[in-house]
Write a protein of this length. Structure first.
Lengths: 307, 256
């Protein structure tokens, strides 16, 4: 693994006319899988496309694999793989024909037949691109992004419109890429995708990164987790609180319904149940709610992630 | 599942010649596979040549009709491939993100344009062979300097490519489709392809004569029908169109 970040963005600004799409965005992505998560219109695609050399920043500085994506495009392009949100293939080309063509543009491409089999594109046969299903088109685009054996792959909404099975297949491939040392930057507005796949998540809203960290860090930080249980009404909440670690809270919300909030971990659960045992309480309906990225996002922006 | 290490990075661009060759082959395949394109580049020129040579519909002046028509149809073939076909295909490639995705591949943009030009030239060679064989079968008797013919075809290709790419790179794909077909039809009628320019009013003639299609058909006719050695005037007109068209395309072409 490389210590140098694969992508370093400093104070990126990008405007389209009077609309500011990216507004002073800072982001560092290390080797591994980095998800850029945010609602539609947050500036994810603009950010990624600036990294790919499609757009010139209005202000700020970008380095991808240590290179300037515009000034050193010739050097950078063979080292990256790009999957656009849609399109990119001649409407009259067949899947295997297009993939073989993309392979010919690279010095040491992957074996095309293996890749076709791996992504289940073998059944496309002689079908031209415009007649492929949405899922097949997505998988072909993914195959084209990786066939040149790049160091870094940009995937823009790689599972948009895929059925659950194809989605899993895509996730598996992304994990295999990571295992073989390929870094991945993926944009998504699916929290589960970001949580499942990524080492690092950057949450983007209104053209800025508002939080970054591993999915666990993001879920733990900021948002509180809660444990709920039912028991007989009127338990001594103050006594329970004394047993809990500092920074915890406990309350009887309605008679017999209790809520403990704080850092909910196995230790806390054990503390609560042993307190109940000591007080002769049979706790019922114990439930633990850990925050998801969606809660984190809601808390930070007051917006639904699926904008 | 794939073995561990399958995706281990080993990046690198293929040699330029291989990239350009592969791209040119693919572009040519796409063109020859497209029915609408074939109608435009093969069927229409062939039909016009055969029909108007054998049936006396248009008064083509003194001499055999085929000697008048073949240079015109050759000019039409160049226009259909370099201008109409290229404009429509490139317009849709732009619309569907093909140009965009290729721009992030190791293939440099100039190499993509080189490959497109090669593909146009290959198609034109196939057209010229087909039309020449048919014309000979119809009793065509060409004259003149082959070098002048080649020069006219090359400059004509450059002029029409520039205009086609300008259209494809600035208009919406649907607008390009409509406009390229309309221009094709108008220039077919008003550019000395099958209807001699002297059938038009005098005022119109001087304007029509400056069109790239008129310069190409007129120049080819001067050489092939009348044995002129080098039609400088027509070559000059084509050169100006090529400079203006390619210059404007280079300046205004948008890749997305």
């Amino acid at each position: 693994m490389r210590s140098e970040p694969v992508v370093r963005i400093q104070s990126l600004v990008k405007r389209y006319g009077t609309k500011t799409a990216v507004d002073g965005l800072d982001l560092e992505a290390s080797a591994g899988i980095t998800a850029v998560l945010g609602p539609n219109g947050a500036g994810k695609t603009t950010t990624v496309e600036t990294c790919e050399g499609y757009r010139r920043p209005d202000a700020g500085n970008i380095r991808v694999l240590g290179l300037d994506p515009v000034a050193q495009a010739g050097e950078l392009r063979p080292r990256i793989g790009v999957m656009l949100q849609s399109g990119g293939v001649y409407s009259g080309a067949r899947a295997d024909e297009m993939l073989r063509h993309k392979a010919k543009l690279h010095a040491h491409p992957l074996d095309v037949d293996t890749l076709i089999e791996r992504l289940g594109l073998g059944s496309c046969g002689r079908t031209t691109y415009r007649r492929l299903s949405g899922g097949q088109q997505q998988r072909l685009a993914l195959a084209m992004a990786v066939v040149g054996r790049p160091e870094l792959v940009f995937l823009d909404e790689p599972t948009a419109g895929l059925d659950p099975q194809a989605r899993r297949a895509t996730w598996d491939l992304v994990r295999d890429l990571r295992a073989d040392g390929v870094s991945v930057i993926l944009t998504t507005h699916h929290m589960d995708e970001a949580e499942q796949l990524s080492d690092d998540v950057a949450i983007v809203d209104a053209g800025r990164v508002i939080a970054q960290g591993s999915p666990e860090q993001l879920c733990r930080g900021g948002a509180e987790n809660t444990l709920r249980f039912s028991g007989r009404p009127g338990l001594d909440v103050a006594s329970l609180l004394k047993a809990l670690p500092p920074d915890s809270a406990a309350a009887e919300l309605t008679p017999g319904a209790y809520r403990v909030s704080g850092e909910v971990d196995p230790q806390l659960l054990a503390t609560v149940t042993s307190w109940c045992a000591q007080h002769g309480v049979m706790p019922d309906k114990i439930s633990v709610e850990r925050h998801t990225l969606e809660d984190v996002f809601l808390e930070m922006t007051g917006k639904e992630l699926r904008g | 599942m794939t073995a561990v290490g399958t995706f281990t990075p080993k990046p690198g661009a293929a040699p330029l010649s291989r990239m350009i060759g592969a791209q040119a082959v693919l572009e040519t395949k796409m063109l020859l596979r497209n029915g609408e394109q074939l109608l435009l580049t093969v069927v229409i020129p062939t039909l016009l040549l055969v029909l108007f040579s054998s049936v006396d519909i248009v008064d083509t002046g003194d001499g055999k009709a085929v000697d008048f028509l073949t240079p015109g149809v050759l000019a039409l073939a160049v226009m259909s491939t370099a201008f109409t076909g290229q404009a429509i295909a490139t317009g849709f490639e732009r619309r569907y993100g093909v140009l965009k995705l290729l721009a992030s591949s190791p293939l440099p943009r100039w190499a993509l344009m080189t490959a497109k030009t090669l593909s146009v030239l290959v198609t034109e060679v196939l057209q010229v062979i087909l039309l020449t064989v048919i014309a000979f079968a119809l009793g065509w008797n060409p004259h003149g300097n082959p070098l002048a013919v080649l020069l006219l075809l090359v400059l004509g290709t450059a002029a029409f490519s520039g205009l086609g790419l300008l259209m494809a790179g600035t208009l919406k794909a649907e607008a390009t489709l409509a406009a390229a077909n309309l221009v094709f039809l108008l220039l077919l009628v008003g550019g000395g392809v099958i209807v001699p320019l002297d059938k038009f009013p005098e005022a119109a003639q001087s304007v029509l004569g400056l069109l790239p299609i008129s310069a190409l058909s007129g120049g080819l006719r001067d050489v092939l029908q009348h044995g002129a050695s080098m039609p400088w005037g027509d070559l000059g007109i084509l050169a100006v169109w090529a400079l203006v068209g390619l210059g404007a395309a280079g300046r205004f072409f948008r890749w997305e």
